[in-house]
Design a protein around this ligand. Sequence first.
Ligand code: SIN
Length: 276
Amino acid sequence: MKVKLCSGALGAEIEGIDLRTINSDNFKLINDLLLEHKVIFFREQNMSPEEQINLAKLFGPVEEHAYVKGLEGYPEITRLIKDAEEKNQWGEGWHSDVSYNETPTKAVILKSVKIPPVGGDTVFSNMELAWETLDKELKKIVENRRAEHFSLGAGFFIDSYKHFESNGNDAKEYSNHHPIVRTHPETGKKILFVNWTYTKKIEGLEEHESNEVLSKIFEHQSRLDLTCRYSWTEDNIAIWDNRCVIHYAIADFFPGRGLGYERVMDRIAVLGDRPY
Ligand code: SIN
């Protein structure tokens, strides 16, 4: 096995492992790599939907998306399609997956099915480092507070994209409160757990103060020295620890440049626990 670091902040590309050979006996190897690097990438993994689901289940129970219909025959798989002529892409903007749920996603197993010749990289940012490097005054303000995360409603996930269908859950927007600094249940490390897409309010602060603090934190979280960037090829698998990274699917599909190609990903999410 070869481990190639993606940046000084997080992420590793792992060579010499066929993920189809991972089972409950050797799962610790993958989990340890994930805990150490927070996001791990594997190229040339020719996984079927069943094999991808089996891999995901080693991390825990899989969850279906709150609003989006799963792939035909595989409700656990959300197929993310960016049509050739679409500029928008699911996942653009910094976020941590479903942070608005009571028990946000633990890990995501994402498979690249169709990748454009240019554009569509994904960037990840290390929220353990983001907490360590946060300004002392900001740390004091947020350390023992909670923030409110909003689901944004079915329309947010469906209306702007050509190929996304509702799962029939027309539930309106809902929200949950989580500690701004959570503790990783496996490593014990402190993590900055807010994100630009879903976190809208800090409990106990006036609206203007909450907005000001959140915007400073969002700027800090996106510092390039906290990030790594992955350029996909087809049949790759990325696994990220959604408890301690935020990510951003770059929609750099501009007319005359990156536009004109399809991008298709199969996403499976593993249920997490209640942040503390
Ligand atoms: C996501 O945000 O879950 C999707 C990431 C990607 O398509 O690169």
